[in-house]
Design a protein around this ligand. Structure first.
Ligand SMILES: [Zn+2]
Length: 134
């Protein structure tokens, strides 16, 4: 059984985000890392969310509440809207995305431009700017 990856890539989960989340392979681009982090949100995999976060901005104190929140909402999908750099040969990159979820019966979204960097050669999430809901 090949279930499709939650990140919306139309790839099987086992060939998309799963190998990245389970450390079998590194994200080659910051978009791959972004997708794997969304997928980790859908399974409330906070260990991975922390591991894929830059050590300088990693929200360790929020890990427990983040896990509770991620597990309490129903993740509806991810749309990558734009990206800058973040390719195999880059050291920094940006990804703009929308992530949709249902919380208490209401459709909500995260609309964010995320900044990624390499730390010890691996892509990690550094920070994000949230846009107003539109
Ligand atoms: Zn995926």
């Amino acid at each position: 059984m090949n279930k499709l990856c939650p990140c919306g890539s139309n790839q099987p989960y086992t060939e998309c985000c799963e190998p990245i989340i389970s450390s079998k392979k590194e994200a080659a681009t910051c978009e791959e890392l972004m997708r794997s982090r969304y997928t980790a949100f859908t399974t409330a995999n906070v260990d991975y969310l922390m591991r894929s976060h830059h050590t300088e901005t990693r929200p360790v104190k929020e890990a427990v509440s983040l896990k509770r929140w991620a597990a309490s909402v129903h993740w509806m999908g991810l749309a990558i809207l734009d990206k800058e750099a973040g390719q195999v040969t880059d050291d920094t990159g940006y990804v703009e995305f929308r992530a949709l979820y249902l919380e208490a019966g209401q459709l909500q979204q995260i609309y964010e431009k995320s900044f990624f960097k390499r730390e010890n050669q691996k892509w990690v999430y550094v920070s994000g700017i949230h846009f107003p809901k539109a």
